[in-house]
Each structure stands twice: as structure tokens, then as C-alpha cells.
Design a protein around this ligand. Structure first.
Ligand code: 13P
Length: 256
């Protein structure tokens, strides 16, 4: 059975002080939901404070991106070694980094390899634009992203990788994909992974949905067989909403 994973992607929100206050306020409330993996992904500058505040809890910390080089003249970038020991997860290939920082499929693959080499667990994000969706190109677009992201990644690394399907038109728009559609696309991602790695590995992979997830629609997503949790933006910034999301995920999968 796949352990559901609910990750809050805070994007460019919360100062370091606000971030620490936030996790201090929610950590006890999240503690009972042990069957769901709980992750927060604050901005880089808040990572040390948040990691420190969450020490001794089961809540994991993630970064929002990572560079593939070890070090060097890459102004503004963060190398994988800088995140070692600080975070468990790192989001790679989020559509906002693809759109605003020119992150390509090839770069996603390099980042995934670099992250794994440093013991970090990638959350690989994929998803199509509205234009592609309306033209009926979702499956082939996502397939290209997934095959590129996993190029030359050995099956032995797959247990340390999570995929997040986040249709761009559903991000921050309030216009979420229907649970059936999200399940269908996530199921098709599993078929691609099965083609590359075989059924056992593909069936063990955790694949999240992301895009306007909130407490009101959480149960619908979690009731779908292929959806193993959510990568949440806006709703993860609110204490009550994030705790509710985790609680609902716990309940929906029939966990205590
Ligand atoms: P929203 O939940 O705000 O739509 O953002 C989704 C997202 O991009 C998470 O990575």
C-alpha cells in the first residue's frame, strides 16, 4: 500500500519568522495523522528555521528547487549539497520554474539525478497548459515530460521519487481538475512508468495531484485509486486548511 503524501508548496510566501511561527502552530495538530506523510516546502531562507522547529516531529521539510551543479558561478542558485541534512524532499520541475526560470525537461532530468546523488527525494512536477489541454494533447505532453524526467534513472531510485501531476490551468485558479480526470491522467503516468520500470515499481510509485486542492475537494481526490496525495499551494499557507487537508487524507484512505 502506498503511503499518501500531502506536501505544502509555499512558493514565495512567508518570511523566515512567519514560517517558523506557522510550523510551531500546526505541528502538534498534524501529529496524530501518522499514516499520511506530511511535508512543508518553505522558501530557501526559511529552511533552517523550519527544519529546526520540526526536529523530533515526523513532519518532513522540502525545498522548492535545486540546481544540478555541485557548486560554481550560478548566481542565485542552490546546490544539492547545500540542502543535504536540511531537507528530505525537493520539488523539481514545478511549472512556475519551467515558465519563469526556463527550466526545461532536460534540466529537470539533471536536477533529479543531482538530487538523488545527494540523498534528496525529488517530487517531480509535470502538467499541461490550458491550450494543450483544450487541444486534447494532455497525455502526450505529460508522457514527454515524464519520459524526459526519468531518463537514465535506475529502478532502484524510484522508491525515493514522488511525481506530482499539476495541470497549469488548475494552479492558483480555483479551477481544479475533476477527480476523475486527475485520476485518469495519473493512471496514464503509472502506465508510462510501468512501461519503463515494470508493474511492481510503477504500482509502488506515489503520484500526487496538485492544482486548487482545498479541504472541500480533498476527499474526492483521495477517493481515487491512483491519487496518492496532493501538492498544495494556496491552501497550505493557512494553518486550519493545511491541518484539515492532512486529516481528510487520513480519513479518506481509511486510515486512523
Ligand atoms: P494551488 O494549490 O495554489 O493551486 O497551487 C498548486 C501548486 O502549484 C502546488 O505546487
Amino acid at each position: 500500500m502506498r503511503t499518501p503524501i500531502i506536501a505544502g508548496n509555499w512558493k514565495m510566501n512567508k518570511t523566515p519568522a512567519e514560517a517558523v511561527a506557522f510550523v510551531n502552530a500546526i505541528k502538534d495538530n498534524l501529529a496524530p495523522y501518522t499514516a499520511v506523510e506530511r511535508v512543508v516546502c518553505p522558501p530557501y531562507v526559511a529552511l533552517p528555521g523550519v527544519a529546526d522547529a520540526l526536529k523530533g516531529t515526523e513532519i518532513a521539510v522540502g525545498a522548492q528547487d535545486v540546481h544540478w551543479e555541485e557548486d560554481g558561478a550560478f548566481t542565485s542558485q542552490i546546490a544539492p549539497a547545500m540542502l543535504e541534512g536540511l531537507v528530505k524532499y525537493v520539488i523539481i520541475g514545478h511549472s512556475e520554474t519551467r515558465a519563469y526560470q526556463g527550466v526545461s525537461d532536460e534540466m529537470v532530468n539533471k536536477k533529479v539525478k543531482a538530487a538523488l546523488a545527494h540523498g534528496l527525494h525529488p517530487i517531480i512536477a509535470c502538467g499541461e497548459s490550458l491550450e494543450i489541454n483544450e487541444a486534447g494533447g494532455t497525455r502526450s505532453f505529460v508522457e514527454k515530460q515524464i519520459r524526459a524526467a526519468f531518463a537514465d534513472i535506475p529502478a532502484s531510485d524510484l522508491a525515493n521519487i514522488v511525481v506530482a501531476y499539476e495541470p497549469i490551468w488548475a494552479i492558483g485558479t480555483g479551477k481544479s481538475a475533476s477527480a476523475e480526470l486527475a485520476n485518469e491522467i495519473i493512471g496514464s503516468i503509472r502506465v508510462i512508468l510501468e512501461d519503463i520500470y515494470g508493474a511492481d515499481v510503477a504500482n509502488a510509485m506515489r503520484i500526487q495531484y496538485g492544482g486548487s486542492v482545498k479541504p472541500a475537494n480533498m476527499v474526492e481526490y483521495m477517493s481515487q485509486p491512483h491519487i496518492d496525495g496532493a501538492l498544495v499551494g494556496g491552501a497550505s499557507l493557512k494553518e486550519d486548511a493545511f491541518v484539515d487537508l492532512v486529516r481528510l487524507a487520513n480519513e479518506a484512505k481509511g486510515l486512523s
